[in-house]
Write a protein that binds this ligand. Structure first.
Ligand code: TYR
Length: 543
């Protein structure tokens, strides 16, 4: 019976990308660059030698690294066997995401980080997008069923989630290199859609493989089933079967060496369902118990993160923080992370960055000496934006954030009076500034003769925006950066916070712009280049 099940399961077609991967031979060498090597392994030594130095206690094993950084909540399988497996052998690891939304969110990043660590240590990483499982919807931890999605939304979610995951994986290579882990051809990653195999699976094969292995007692005993039936909106047969579909994914992947599944802490039950299925469907062999254990499945769940205030991590005011920048701007992502509580930031640095632990301890010591500067939070925010959106975006976002801190007006004035800068204070109405390109604001503020003159100044690097310096402790110290690359929305966000904008052209021409409402501007009887046009347009639209 078991053999028969195996024979049916084997001929499942592999997806194209998978088939490609399979043709790449699995080298037994780890290639870790010099810098990382200094921390983790000897440069370019064989897997063998590296394993020997871990066994001798000279290097940390990958599992120890994961444990030390706080990634491991629960393990399905024996800890020491997994430790040995990850040390001795190049294996495959996977984590799945159902495309219930068009983008990854910050919560997805945690299990993905474990996959990234495995990847940069030479293990084969597989991201599964649950095109098939999303049609059923994982009921885990829910009391109410998900709203059914129409076909178009499902397809568009699938496509955009896929591109989001792909972008993440691309970013990881660059981010890893910045931290000393240099990519080589043995690094292997793939993204696969489980509808490739699940939609080809016949119901009879499914029932006779997974269906006969799963026991009703165990399935009915699961908290999700009990709670949803007793306190929730009941459970459909399809939802009840969800763990078996996920189990089948793993069984499918296991046959190509994917021995580890990683998931959020709520995924433990689904992971165990997969591990049980694999154990049942794997033919008994005459190998020793140890060899058998080492060839078996292992599950790893990451902790559920809650902020110091008890909210689910990755949600701000009840909304998810997305990794797709059209849904959550890098500025907002940075802002969310920079707002991390002092009690959380060290933990997050370990979980969401590749920074070595000694560097994290060093920054924490600096942070504790002067918590007001939020040095650790800024580092966290910058690293995560770098990982998700790349280093250029991270640098821009960080300087925009620094600029958005409200300048201290009094000391700015004092500085202007004492210094060479001719600081001129002007008012501008909201409509001339809000969501306007910086070049245009230069014109309205009287710093450029026209719109195009403003654009020319910005493009030639002759126009600047000022904000309060963070590095310099003297309050109100002005720091200028070029306006080139500063977006209208960054300026808008800045104004939203402080209502003040400091712009400079050339060396000395500085305007301190206070943004007031259109009504107040009119009441004050003020005018600025471009304001008449706004008034004229408004008068025309009046009844
Ligand atoms: N059930 C997982 C997603 C998933 C889908 C398929 C898998 O094979 C694995 C995981 C979740 O909801 O988070």
């Amino acid at each position: 019976m078991r053999q028969a099940a195996l024979c049916r399961a084997r001929p499942l077609q592999l997806s194209k990308s998978y088939a490609c991967r399979e043709s790449v031979s699995w080298s037994t060498h780890r290639h870790i660059s010099q810098t990382a090597a200094a921390r983790n392994s000897p440069s370019s030594t064989s897997w063998h030698e590296h394993a020997a130095s871990i066994r001798a206690g000279h290097k940390k094993s990958l599992l120890t690294i994961l444990e030390e950084r706080g990634y491991v909540k629960d393990l399905a399988g024996d800890r020491n066997a997994l430790n040995k497996l990850l040390t001795d052998k190049q294996i495959g690891a996977y984590s799945g995401i159902d495309p219930t939304a068009p983008s990854l969110h910050l919560g997805h990043l945690l299990p993905m980080m474990v996959l990234f660590w495995m990847y940069i240590h030479g293990h084969k990483a597989v991201s599964i997008i649950g095109g098939a499982t999303a049609k059923v919807g994982d009921p885990t931890g829910r009391l109410t069923s998900r709203q059914e999605m129409d076909r178009n939304t499902r397809t568009s979610n699938l496509v955009s989630l896929h591109s989001c995951v792909r972008a993440m994986w691309k970013s990881v290579d660059v981010y890893a290199e910045r931290h000393g882990y240099k990519k080589d051809q043995t690094w292997s990653k793939s993204i696969q859609n489980n509808s490739v195999w699940l939609s080809k699976l016949s119901i009879i094969d499914f029932l006779s493989d997974a269906g006969t292995v799963a026991r009703m007692g165990a399935m009915l005993g699961r908290d999700t089933v009990k709670n949803k039936m007793a306190q929730g909106d009941g459970m459909s047969y399809a939802e009840f079967t969800y763990p078996l579909l996920q189990a089948y994914d793993w069984w499918h992947l296991y046959q190509s060496g994917v021995q580890v599944q990683i998931g959020g802490s709520d995924q433990y039950g689904n992971i165990v369902a997969g591990s049980d299925l694999i154990k049942h469907l794997t033919p008994r062999s005459s190998t020793s118990p140890e060899t058998k254990q080492l060839s078996g499945p292992f599950g790893l769940t990451v902790p559920l993160l809650t902020t110091a205030a008890g909210a689910k991590f990755g949600k701000s005011a009840g909304n998810a923080i997305w990794l797709n920048k059209t849904m959550t701007s890098p500025f907002e992502l940075y802002g969310f992370l920079v707002g991390s509580a002092d009690a959380d930031v060290e933990r997050y640095l370990k979980l969401f960055t590749f920074l070595p632990l000694d560097q994290i301890s060093a920054v924490m010591a600096e942070h504790e000496a002067d918590p007001g500067q939020r040095k650790a939070q800024h580092l966290l925010a910058r690293e995560v934006v770098d990982l998700v959106h790349g280093s250029e975006e991270a640098e821009n976002t960080q300087s925009q954030h620094k600029l958005s801190r409200r300048p201290n007006l009094q000391s700015l004035q004092a500085k202007a009076e004492g210094g060479k800068e001719g600081l001129d204070r002007v008012y501008l109405p909201h409509s001339l500034v809000h969501n306007k390109l910086p070049a245009r604001i230069l014109y309205h503020a009287g710093l450029a003769k026209s719109n195009s003159d403003g654009t020319r100044m910005v493009n030639s690097g002759g126009a600047y925006i000022g904000g309060q310096s963070e590095t310099n402790k003297s309050e109100g110290e002005l720091e200028f950066r070029s306006l080139k690359g500063v977006t209208a929305s960054a300026v808008a966000e800045m104004i939203e916070k402080s209502n003040v904008l400091v712009l400079r052209t050339g060396k000395w021409n500085v305007k301190l712009i206070e943004v007031i409402s259109d009504v107040e501007y009119e009441q004050k009887g003020l005018s600025a280049p471009g304001w008449e046009e706004i008034l004229a347009a408004r008068d025309q639209t009046l009844p």
